[in-house]
Design a protein. Structure first.
Lengths: 380, 445
């Protein structure tokens, strides 16, 4: 049985079904309908949703709420992500489980409010000072908005870190007939809680790649300290080089050491194919349409949909790239993810040729364009 | 103090391991923090129910001295973190420690937290300049005052934080100094207010403001007086606190979620065997989007897959409105339309937006156009010019008239399916108009 639904509603449904009970956001096209859905539905579930005075307040409120133990969500687009930047760094530093939906639209700056683009891929990755790993999932269809939102919450809880759902105007605003059976509900993961009967240190982890156990602000047994400053395991500011180094090693390793477990791709290799197509988000739909057409007309081509953009799914990419002569990375920006693919390609011998198929005029990359790029008929 | 210390269950809210304060000699911060501690002792509130939220500046070094929950965040954002904490857990006493610098960069949060009347208590450590970064001027630096960034005298007038909180709607506003003997009682009083409470506490920055301006306690009091910034409780009023009001309102809607229209049961049949790409080109406010949705769900009532993309200017009720709908027996992977099979030109605004599509259409496709725009449509596609529209047809039903006529012409989706969608998905007033449009559409061909 199918229903007609858009990505915004499925993001909201995914969030509520996985236990999200707090949302704060500020209106911005094309993310506003997520705000609307969450503020309409959260009161019915016993959760709290509010429209904040600006984007800085939105993410600040989510961070405050998340540290009381709830699962929090916010949603914005490029201009709002700019304003989130400083607090994303705080959420990484303070180890805050949080899901941030970024509905990409054409930039820079105000750009095109109702125009599709995929230009915030590297911005999401490097958008905070200090430069620490982040996790970003990217739905390639309306239905995947539901499942990947749930995964994003589980990863945020497991690693106590902000997780991006990096999506685009088309995926969020387009309506589609979605088969209900494809809306998979997954089991909820919750952050590990401190044992009430033992001593508690808010930022202690036995191994650098571990994650500290959590006691909420307001906990009845343990007093907790949250801080944005470089801190020791007690949550107190420190400048001791060994503690500083340990903290920074921890913030990197807790994600990087688990990057292989975070890989989410759909690898569709065709034997004998010379070219591998790679895409994500709305562009992956056009790519899949291309591949369907090529194969039904007797051609051969491989494709890879990337669902976990960050960390870069390097193992899966190496496996997918190997054996292909040509790799085409299609994206609605000037080649932001292609540089990651090239980095992986450089580790292969023989190294496949990596070319980009890019569009920045506010229109979608079409299946015809991708088909022409398979054998370089587009001149690349 | 109201609660005698002799029966105290919580004799101390201090984190003794943090040692003594590291503030400069004579800095008002030490005194205010002592007063806050005394207030907590008098309140006898479980420290597990207290969270002290601070941000950046010398006051941001305060939280380690307390054995409560503490939260130390970014410059000027403490009020926003505190609002999130209170909204999520209204049982907590949420106490913000912020400087005059924080009130500047985070002024928007102060205004809106007061306006929202969320139940947090804000202690402003107002020493008239940025102490930590070298004595630069802040939003509260008096006119003419000398600071690291106003060597020739400050050219800006000082912000009255107490007045700002008052006009913004705070439930409780107090102004005093770090020297006030009754400050513990005022802090406890503010913390027991259900809504937003703010204490604008003036104090001395002995490292910078005092030496740069020949300033002391007596000058401070004279300055407050000359600025008309009165001391004492400035405002007390009883509004519903946000977190409580939200929960009260939420209780009235608790229960069943109202997401979406739900699944659609196929009960009709469509003859199409390949994707059919349909574009409706009309004007905003002309129900183009909702008509396209009804086409989509009518197709789903025939077991078809569909996608719908809408394009319109940022304004909602003026300009063009274009909806693209693809119907297909198989899953639709790409929702863009470069070569429409069917395109309905309903208004001038819509026509202006579909020139590229018209140019891309060939003899296998069909353009439907209202008679007054027929001459403007140049295309290789088969052109169906509607007969003059019925006089009774309102602007809001043009899209439905065009769609229903298109379905009569192509038979790709039975009208009965469209009628079923209208009856099921539209409210009765709109449904009546649209059902009439479906009926009238027979006269268009």
């Amino acid at each position: 049985m199918r229903e007609l639904v858009d990505g915004a509603e499925l993001i909201a449904r995914g969030a509520i079904d996985i236990g999200c009970s707090f949302f704060a956001g500020y209106p911005i096209t094309p993310a506003s309908t997520i705000l609307d859905h969450m503020l309409r539905e959260l009161p019915k579930t016993g959760g709290v949703g509010l429209e904040a005075e600006d984007e800085i307040a939105s993410i600040s409120m989510c961070i405050g709420a998340a540290m009381t133990g709830v699962k929090a969500l916010t949603a914005t687009s490029g201009p709002g992500l700019s304003l989130y930047s400083e607090n994303i760094g705080l959420a990484i530093m303070g180890e805050v489980p949080l899901v941030i939906v970024v509905v990409m639209r054409l930039g820079p700056a105000t750009g095109g409010a109702t125009t599709v683009a995929q230009g915030d891929v590297q911005f999401a990755r490097w958008g905070t000072s200090g430069g620490y790993p982040i996790i970003a999932l990217c739905p390639a269809s309306t239905a995947e908005c539901y499942t990947l939102t749930q995964h994003a919450f589980n990863l945020a809880e497991r690693f106590r870190t902000p997780v991006f759902l990096l999506t685009d105007k088309e995926i969020v605003m387009m309506r589609a007939s979605v088969e209900r059976a494809t809306l998979h509900r997954i089991a909820a993961v919750s952050r590990a809680r401190a044992d009430p009967s033992t001593d508690f240190l808010p930022y202690y982890e036995a191994q650098p790649a571990g994650v500290p156990v959590f006691a909420p602000v307001g906990d009845a047994q343990h007093l907790t300290r949250f801080t944005t400053s470089t801190h020791d395991e007690r949550g107190l500011i420190t400048r001791k080089p060994d503690r500083v180094a340990r903290l920074n090693q921890h913030l990197s390793e807790k994600i990087e050491a688990h990057s292989a477990e975070l890989e989410m791709v759909r690898n569709d290799r065709q034997d004998g194919a010379r070219t591998l197509l790679i895409a994500y988000g709305v562009t992956a739909g056009a790519m899949q349409e291309t591949v369907r057409h090529v194969r039904t007309t007797g051609g051969t081509v491989s494709q890879l949909v990337v669902h976990s953009l960050w960390p870069v799914p390097e193992q899966a990419l190496r496996g997918a790239l190997a054996g292909h002569k040509r790799v085409v990375v299609a994206e609605l920006n000037s080649g932001q993810y292609r540089q990651e693919i090239e980095r992986v390609a450089n580790t292969l011998n023989p190294r496949p040729q990596v070319v980009g198929l890019n569009r920045l005029d506010g229109e979608l990359i079409t299946p015809e364009q991708i088909e022409r790029a398979i054998d370089g008929r587009d001149g690349n | 103090l109201s609660a005698p210390l002799t029966i105290s269950n919580w004799p101390s809210y201090r984190n003794l391991a943090a040692g003594s304060y590291t503030f400069c000699p004579g800095c008002g911060h030490s005194a205010i923090l002592d007063h806050l501690h005394a207030a907590l002792v008098s309140m006898q509130v479980d420290p597990h129910k207290v969270v002290i939220v601070s941000d950046i500046g010398c006051v941001g070094m305060a939280d380690p001295y307390f054995a409560t929950h503490t939260f130390h965040g970014l410059h000027g954002r403490s009020i926003a973190y505190a609002s999130g904490i209170k909204a999520a857990n209204p049982d907590l006493h949420v106490i913000v420690l912020i400087g005059d610098g924080g009130c500047g960069i985070g002024g928007h949060h102060l205004i809106n937290a007061a306006r929202r009347n969320i139940g947090i208590t804000v202690l402003v450590f107002n020493n008239l300049n940025f102490g930590m970064t070298g004595g630069q001027h802040s939003v509260t630096t008096p006119y003419g005052a000398r600071t690291a960034t106003t060597r020739g005298g400050n050219l800006e007038r000082p912000l009255d934080i107490g007045a700002l909180a008052t006009v913004s709607g705070a439930a409780y506003v107090y102004r005093g100094t770090s020297f006030d003997k009754d400050l513990p009682e005022r802090i406890a009083e503010a913390a027991n207010v259900k809504g937003f409470a703010l204490l604008d506490i003036w104090e001395l920055c002995t490292a910078h403001y005092v030496p740069n301006n020949d300033y002391s306690r007596s000058e401070m009091l004279e300055l407050m007086s000359s600025l008309g910034m009165h001391t004492g409780v400035l405002r007390r009023r009883d509004y519903p606190e946000w977190s409580a009001a939200y929960r009260e309102q939420a209780a009235t809607v608790a229960g069943q979620l109202a997401f979406g229209a739900g699944p659609i049961t196929p009960m009709f049949e469509s003859p199409i065997s390949a994707p059919t790409r349909i574009v409706l080109a009309g004007a905003a406010g002309g129900k183009v989007k909702s008509t396209a949705s009804l086409l989509a769900t009518a197709a789903m009532r025939c077991g078809l897959c569909c996608t719908q993309r809408d394009d319109y200017p940022v304004t909602v009720m003026s300009g063009y409105s274009i909806s693209e709908v693809i119907l297909s027996p198989a899953e639709i992977l790409y929702a863009g339309i470069e070569h429409p099979d069917l395109l309905a030109v309903i208004t001038q605004e819509g026509l202006g937006q579909v020139q590229l599509l018209l140019a891309a259409m060939d003899e296998s496709s069909t353009v439907y156009v209202v008679p007054e725009l027929a001459d403007q449509v140049q295309t290789r596609a088969r052109k169906v010019i509607f007969k003059p529209l019925p006089k009774k047809a309102s602007r809001k039903t043009l899209a439905m008239l065009a769609l229903a006529a298109m379905l009569r012409d192509t038979q790709i989706v039975p009208l009965a399916a469209l009628v079923e969608s209208i009856r099921t998905e539209q409210n009765s007033a709109i449904a009546a108009e649209q059902l009439r449009a479906v009926e009238l559409s027979k006269d268009l061909l």
